[in-house]
Design a protein around this ligand. Structure first.
Ligand SMILES: [Zn+2]
Length: 101
């Protein structure tokens, strides 16, 4: 049996999909195809484990309040705290519109 052409059905089987009787019989005796299924199952396990870790991350209880305070503290269009003026110069005026940014 040509093992390469069965890669997709074998991967689907690793995800719980059914196998044809012929492929099931082949899988029982083919180490290459067994490894394809095992590798896919290991990949799924790694993905599950990574997603479980992400699900356990919780933001600090004060995160939302601090983020909101920072957002409200900084008016739009004003220079940032570092003093950097995005349009350059001393006036703080936009070179294109000649209006104060
Ligand atoms: Zn095979």
């Amino acid at each position: 049996m040509d093992c390469v052409r069965h890669e997709i059905p074998l991967r689907e089987h690793a995800h719980g999909g059914p196998l044809s009787p012929a492929l099931e019989a082949h899988l029982a005796s083919c180490a290459v195809c067994q490894e394809v299924v095992s590798a896919e199952q290991r990949l799924l396990w790694e993905i599950d484990r990574a997603l479980d870790g992400v699900a356990r991350i919780e933001p600090s209880p004060t995160f939302v309040a601090r983020a909101r305070a920072v957002a409200l503290e900084r008016p739009r269009g004003r220079r940032n705290r570092s003093g950097f003026r995005p349009w350059g110069g001393r006036s703080g005026r936009c070179p294109r519109s000649q209006e104060r940014c």
